[in-house]
Design a protein around this ligand. Structure first.
Ligand code: FMN
Length: 366
């Protein structure tokens, strides 16, 4: 299977299946000298861990990370960092039915069409557990970016029809509410909506927003490596993300130029914008304002109501899915979105170091 590697300088390769022995990631290109221990990574993995509340899959996994290489005396050595998380709670018998039938909305049919053979246990490589490697690598990227004053606020903006309100926004709630909503009233409504979905043996989707402050102007390239284009790819590469927005996003079609343009002004020698409809990029290059992006997540495909499908031989059958599934993916994917954004921004930042002759001279002459 090609396509498991992401990034140009800060490069990651994720590996492993939902019900295999373990999952993990190899990170190549992390600069030497970054302080790093397992706890730095575990905090991130704990944010996506299953079984933490009634709106997440009941699969119980500790998702404990082991650093196998690339760190010595508490610091990165500049060599490949290999991280491993063991699977301890696989129940593969729950998936015997999908060995021969295709779940509507999932990747079973397309994997068979492509490879003619697949690890169906827990969805194999198409499982949400693949994101463990992304999040473990993302923790390192965020740690490095934090040292440069680049900070992330990532939260649930909506679940089904329930959206947070700006007036109630309290970022301290993101890690406290089961929905990861920074608004208690919206969280309570979303919980009611989720309960009704679960009673009907159904699932729902929602929107995750990631805001990034402290980004200098100049990251990203003007044509095929636009920062917003690369962020879109990073976020849409997460299973279940179906749309990406930056700044005003799809709402730009409702605005006039005079409403959508962000006026510049000179703030004591620093060029700034009075508004941020652009969401922090212009012409594919960061403009120094807060990056604001959103990932739109579909309802969890594995639902427990009976569904029409076909088996491998093409016979029409009714499928009743078993196994343990998230009734909503959104809260668990918040840290996945943050991780993919961080990996993309860090790579753009490292690539940008050679964009100007001055930077090259400064590096070698100092
Ligand atoms: C963190 C996370 C958890 C997920 N949990 C489930 C799940 O419990 N059940 C399920 O059917 N899909 C789950 N998914 C979604 C599937 O992986 C995804 O829908 C599937 O691979 C098909 O890909 P697509 O939706 O991008 O077309 C999860 C995804 C993520 C990112």
């Amino acid at each position: 299977m090609a396509g498991s590697t992401y990034g140009t300088i800060f490069k990651i390769t994720t590996w492993g299946e939902s019900h295999g022995t373990a999952l993990g990631v190899v990170i190549d290109g992390c600069p030497a000298g970054l302080s790093l221990c397992e706890d730095d990574i575990q905090i991130f993995l704990d944010r996506r861990k299953p079984g933490q509340n009634k709106y997440s899959t009941p699969r119980k996994e500790n998702d404990t990370v082991k650093i196998l290489s690339g760190v010595f005396d508490g610091k990165t050595t500049g060599t490949p960092i290999s991280l491993l998380v063991e699977n301890t709670s696989a129940r593969s018998q729950d998936y015997s039915q999908i060995a021969s039938c295709y779940r509507p909305g999932h990747a079973d049919y397309t994997f068979d069409a492509k490879y003619g053979f697949r690890d169906y246990r827990g969805g194999g490589r198409s499982s949400g557990r693949e994101t463990i490697g992304r999040v473990a690598a993302g923790a390192i990227a965020v740690k490095l970016l934090n040292e440069l004053g680049i900070c992330f606020t990532t939260f649930t903006r909506s679940i089904g029809p329930v959206c947070i309100s700006e007036e109630n926004f309290d970022s301290s709630l993101i890690t406290k509410t089961p929905t990861c909503m920074p608004d208690l009233a919206a969280n309570n409504h979303a919980e009611e909506y989720l309960k009704s979905c679960m009673e009907a043996q159904d699932s729902c989707g929602g929107v995750i927003e990631c805001q990034v402050t402290g980004i200098p102007a100049g990251l990203g390239d003007p044509v095929f490596e636009k920062l917003d284009a690369n962020l879109a790819k990073a976020l849409v590469s997460i299973g279940s993300v179906k749309a990406f927005e930056i700044g005003e996003g799809v709402n730009v079609t409702n605005l006039k130029g005079s409403e959508n343009n962000d006026s510049f002004y000179n703030n004591d020698g620093v060029i700034q914008k009075r508004t941020n409809h652009s969401g922090g990029t212009l012409g594919g290059i960061s403009d120094g304002s807060t990056l604001i992006m959103r990932a739109h997540i579909k309802p969890t495909p594995s639902i427990f109501t009976s569904q029409e499908t076909v088996d491998k031989e093409g016979n029409e059958v009714t499928i009743n899915i078993k196994g343990r599934h998230d009734p909503v993916i959104v809260p668990r994917a918040v840290v996945v979105v943050e991780s993919m954004a961080a990996l993309t921004i860090l790579d753009a930042l490292l690539l940008n170091m050679t964009s100007k002759m001055d930077s090259v001279i400064n590096f070698y002459n100092n």
